[in-house]
Design a binder for this molecule. Sequence first.
Ligand SMILES: Cc1cc2nc3c(=O)[nH]c(=O)nc-3n(C[C@H](O)[C@H](O)[C@H](O)COP(=O)(O)OP(=O)(O)OC[C@H]3O[C@@H](n4cnc5c(N)ncnc54)[C@H](O)[C@@H]3O)c2cc1C
Ligand code: SF4
Length: 350
Amino acid sequence: MMRLPNFIYRAPRTIREAADFLAAVPDTTMLVAGGTDLLPNMKRRQQTPATLVGLRQIAELKAITSGPSTGLRAGLTIGAGATLADLVRDPRVRRAYAGLWQAAAQVATPHLRNMGTIGGNLCLDTRCNYYDQNYEWRKAIDFCMKKDGQTCWVATSSPKCLAVSSTDTAPALIALGASVTLVSADETRTLPVADLYRNDGIHYLTRRPTEIVASIHLPPLEGWRSTYWKLRRRGAFDFPVLSIAAAVKLARDGTVEDARIVLGAVASRPMEAPEANRSLVGQPLTDAAIAHASQLAAQPARPMDNTDFALVWRKRVTRDFVTYALRELRGDDVRELSRGIARQELLGLQ
Ligand SMILES: Cc1cc2nc3c(=O)[nH]c(=O)nc-3n(C[C@H](O)[C@H](O)[C@H](O)COP(=O)(O)OP(=O)(O)OC[C@H]3O[C@@H](n4cnc5c(N)ncnc54)[C@H](O)[C@@H]3O)c2cc1C
Ligand code: SF4
């Protein structure tokens, strides 16, 4: 049995108090929300903080609010401590931000969604077959660059770690144009969710060690449609080995006014596809436009041989999934295409 190492546990009641605990010794302190990612990592000694600052008792982190106006005219603000189950239960998320709803509903299992938070999901550690192993396994290969070693076993000449961004909600939030607010003892700043990430498997977040992700804001999205497609081995639960988040704003005549396609699990950060987006604007979602955009969107995907499935096949499926996502947004019945990837149920629930 793997045991947790010893650590000091702090249980602040306010964001301010949590930020003060973090500022005291940022190098050896970590935040813990649901603990569904961090605690298994600590058992495997991938992360070894001396102090944990628990966020579960901070009520102000849990709210999901749509502002004083009626409907979602001001958008939706989600506290970082809201659980994924809270999001899945929220009719506003389901109605107005379908891509986020689908992404959250496909994270892990019901038990883990009851514990796991959106803030923890955004800050989820990057994953790699050579890293997500117990201490003895990693020691047997002399560890790797991400923790305790020198070499990257995926690409031995690589100067940086290529571990994979595996968060489901981040690509969906980026496609929806969401922003994130970070709070430290000295400062509060807000940035697009896309700017929270770096393409580096070790330093994958631009979040400073003293900062807490406090909330996520979704803008009002009148006229937009969104969706999320996830490739994984087990339909019941599994991390994504490829995901496509797509959102389009359609005019009344079906012309694309704006488009955002984001690829997950193909690099150390979610990858946007600006050329594909540009190619769609100003025309209807015809088969030809979709095929061209899918080709362009798949280009930045550089899957490495460090997750599940053959990488050449994953690269090919990227193009197929972008096609399916755009066809779904056009209004096609994609239930047949979804067969076998555990998505039928999600489509049926919409
Ligand atoms: C079997 C299994 C399957 C899983 N499948 C999936 C999956 O399919 N898709 C997926 O995306 N995830 C999956 N996960 C990972 C995890 O359950 C989710 O990502 C969950 O949302 C993490 O949230 P948490 O609150 O538990 O994070 P924690 O474990 O508490 O924290 C995760 C990281 O985020 C940091 N953190 C947490 N909150 C904040 C904050 N407010 N500000 C700054 N940093 C913060 C922590 O310091 C830590 O580094 C799986 C986990 C398991 C065990
Ligand atoms: S990509 Fe390389 S350095 Fe990063 S976790 Fe995998 S083996 Fe380690």
